[in-house]
Design a protein around this ligand. Structure first.
Ligand code: ADP
Length: 483
């Protein structure tokens, strides 16, 4: 029943452009048939019902022009005129009656047609307007939805009209449509002193209250798992031509990563200063002692000076590499060489730096690769240095190579402190160091793995790590094999 009512209700079809002709055709025929039945069967005098029928026909034409456009109105008009001609024929009008019948039919037909044209035209124009409006709205919604920042749009009262996908991703929840900004009881947004910001002071609420734009305010969003999300929020009201506020919009960006990089840079500058200062201080002390005790123990002191200078050199070389990676200026010179030879050479050098660790490698003949020998040596040195550094109690360090289809996998396995699951990916990031209280005791700037990853990536290889806290870590990297 409801369906039929909806189908017939002309207002329910505005904007739909449903200009079908079956409905006006058959319904107009039915109305004419019923009119005829009424005139012949029910009304006592068939001639006296003309007024009613004309009234009904006016209504029919108006209805169909509004329901089905110009075409609907004209079809209805056509059926009605046919019916009028049928009446003239059926009632055997002659003479004066016949002439006035024809004239009346033509006059009424013209009026019906004019009504059908005017109302049908209006209806079709309304349809076009509604469609254009709906298309514009849909387009805007789609654009807002695809934006890389979170967006909330409210009406002039602050009732939420729309949010986008990114907003839900950033905030971890959707704002309920229809709720009013400023009355939201969830006050999870805090400022940098972790003071809760009441919803009434959120930028959107403030923009609406003051009419002023709020630009790039920074907040922290305390999530359940302690990991803070840093937000940058801007809000402003939208006014119409006469300056009346019609809506308000707020843009929310997640700046957590930027904040983290900022923090890491600060830490890096701090640590780099320390790392550079330590060997320099030692150097000064050695030089002082050389100057004081000229002659005695010179070789030992000079060896220490050499070691500290090498440390400084290494640090500066790493800094240069990081900057080369950043600027895309790391250059490789590819050569064919035996990776097993290189591993043995590197182990020989590295074993000299430790007495607590035993670096083992089972030689498996020769394995030719095409790569930058110096750079691969750098990766191996970095991995073995870390294996030594992060296994302070000593133990075995095993180097393994495995040949699989088209590539070779090299593994450096230690029995050290291990790495937690959530740090496994991060340690390859630029300037990343695991920084819990215990780890602080290990020197380093978090450059080595970042550089190694870039080197391996540029060789079309992969680098990754498997680790168990307290048991040790195994770093793997692959290189394409060259026969
Ligand atoms: P760093 O100069 O700090 O050693 P790296 O980029 O070489 O820089 O390493 C980044 C971080 O990864 C280290 O600070 C350390 O926390 C972790 N790490 C690297 N290698 C190991 C390992 N073999 N065992 C445990 N942790 C490691």
């Amino acid at each position: 029943m409801k369906k039929i009512f909806n189908y017939l209700n002309p207002f329910a079809h505005l904007g739909e452009k449903d200009y079908s002709f079956t409905l006006p055709l058959f319904t107009s025929l039915l109305i004419s048939l019923l009119s005829e039945l009424y005139a012949l069967q029910i009304a006592k005098d068939p001639m006296s019902v003309g007024g009613y029928i004309i009234f009904i026909n006016f209504a029919t034409v108006i209805y169909f022009a509004f329901r089905s456009g110009i075409r609907g109105g004209l079809i209805s008009t056509f059926i009605i005129i046919l019916y009028y001609f049928y009446i003239i024929y059926d009632r055997n009008y002659t003479g004066q009656l016949f002439t006035s019948g024809i004239v009346t039919t033509l006059v009424l037909g013209s009026i019906y047609a004019a009504i059908a044209l005017i109302i049908g035209y209006l209806k079709q124009n309304i349809d076009n307007l509604i469609e254009r409006e709906a298309d514009g709205k849909r387009r805007l919604e789609a654009i807002v939805d695809q934006m890389p920042v979170g967006v909330v749009i409210t009406d002039s009262e602050g009732n939420i009209l729309q949010t986008n996908k990114q907003f839900i991703t950033i905030l971890g929840r959707d704002a309920i449509k229809g709720t009013k900004i400023g009355q939201d009881t969830v006050d999870s947004i805090t400022d940098f002193y972790h003071k809760k910001i009441p919803a009434s002071q959120w930028p959107l609420a403030q923009a609406l209250a003051t009419g002023k734009s709020m630009t790039k305010k920074e907040y922290t969003l305390a999530k359940d798992n302690d990991n803070n999300t840093y937000l940058q929020v801007s809000a402003s009201v939208i006014r119409n031509k006469v300056g009346k506020t019609i809506a308000a919009v707020s843009v929310v960006s997640d700046i957590t990563q930027l904040k983290e990089i900022d923090k890491r840079k600060d830490e890096f500058i701090n640590m780099a200063s320390h790392e550079l200062k330590t060997p320099l201080t030692s150097l000064r002390l050695y030089i002082d002692s050389l100057l004081k005790n000229r002659g005695s123990d010179q070789v030992k002191t000079l060896k220490s000076i050499k070691l500290q200078t090498e440390k400084l050199q290494q640090l500066i070389a790493d800094l240069l590499d990081v900057s080369r990676i950043q600027t895309g200026k790391m250059i490789f010179s590819m050569d064919k060489f035996d990776i097993n030879d290189l591993i043995k050479e590197t182990i020989k050098d590295m074993q000299k730096t430790t007495t607590k660790h035993n670096i083992k490698f089972k030689n498996k003949g020769s394995l030719m690769v095409k790569a930058d020998r110096l750079r691969i040596n750098q990766v191996l040195t970095n991995l073995i240095t870390n294996a030594i550094k992060f296994a302070p109690l000593g133990g075995n360090i095993n180097i393994l190579t495995k040949k699989t289809s088209g590539k070779i996998t090299i593994a450096v396995q230690d029995q050290g402190i291990g790495i937690t699951k959530d740090q496994l990916q991060k340690i390859f990031e630029r300037l990343y160091q695991v920084s819990d209280a215990q780890e602080k005791t290990y020197p380093g700037l978090g450059m080595g793995l970042y550089i190694s990853k870039e080197i391996i990536k540029r060789h079309n290889g992969k680098i990754w790590v498997e680790s168990k806290i307290g048991k040790g870590s195994t770093f793997y990297f692959t290189l394409p094999l060259k026969n």
